[in-house]
Design a protein. Structure first.
Length: 257
């Protein structure tokens, strides 16, 4: 039985974590299958945008499987942490934009997976949190690194060391999510954003994401050097020539032939 469902329509790949009986909790098998699905969609030429969600209406990903972690010693925990981090890096480094459709609980590893996505859209019923300290552990899949970059160090400190859950409204207020919608409108909103993205040059999108990602931690001077290098290199591509010509000719560009 596969725990990951993938559906591709109109250049949009929906990846669904399908383990509703466990609130889509992550164990090593689910992690492996999810990474495989992301790699497949990234390599698939017919895919322009990836949307990640969880099955059912209760949970995006409720976190890592606690029963799995209960039997771990330090060595097993190190391996488990590393495979979880590898997954989140794969998502974060995707040249194709990844939208998290957060339809319920996004806790622990689930919150960390959402943090690795480029855009987060939450239903009004969504809940976010890094409750690891309640279990005597800490976020191990990137929560201590990505959350402060999104919401600031002070708020990240509070969320992580109190372990409290926050609702979708608060998540929007602190910049953790881009949009909050009724759950019945979640799919439509994600696909609306995806369709806006698909109008644009795929190479320009990939390089923009790379600049944003790699610019974090650089000085403004070094970041500008990187940005202008990518900017200039795009002028050697058919995509850029098509985009500029289409604008001058007052027509829609044909980026995705």
């Amino acid at each position: 039985m596969s725990y990951i469902l993938t559906e591709i329509n109109d250049q949009i790949a929906w990846i669904t974590i399908n383990r509703p009986e466990a609130l889509n909790a992550m164990n090593p098998i689910v992690i492996s299958e999810l990474e495989e699905a992301f790699n497949s969609c990234t390599e698939e030429s017919s895919v322009g945008v990836i949307i990640l969600t969880g099955s059912g209406d209760k949970s995006f990903v409720a976190g890592a499987d606690i029963k799995t972690m209960q039997t771990m010693g330090p060595d097993e925990a190190l391996s488990f942490g590393k495979v979880g981090q590898k997954l989140t890096v794969t998502i974060e480094n995707s040249p194709k934009p990844v939208i998290a459709a957060v339809n319920g609980f996004a806790l622990g590893g689930g919150c960390e997976i959402s943090l690795a996505c480029h855009i987060r859209v939450a239903s009004e019923t969504a809940k976010f949190g890094q409750p690891e300290v309640l279990l005597g552990i800490l976020p191990g899949w990137g929560g201590t690194q990505r959350l402060p970059k999104l919401v600031g160090m002070g708020i990240a400190n509070e969320i992580i060391i109190t372990g409290r859950m926050i609702n979708a409204t608060e998540a929007k207020e602190i910049g953790l999510v881009n949009h909050v919608v009724p759950i019945e409108e979640l799919k439509e909103k994600c696909e609306e954003i995806a369709m806006q993205i698909l109008k644009n040059g795929p190479n320009a999108i990939a390089k923009s994401l790379e600049c944003i990602r790699n610019g974090v931690g650089l000085t403004t001077k070094d970041g500008l050097k990187m940005e202008v290098k990518y900017f200039s290199k795009l002028f050697n591509t058919e995509e850029t020539k098509e985009g500029l010509s289409a604008f001058v000719e007052k027509r829609a560009p044909n980026f995705r032939k």
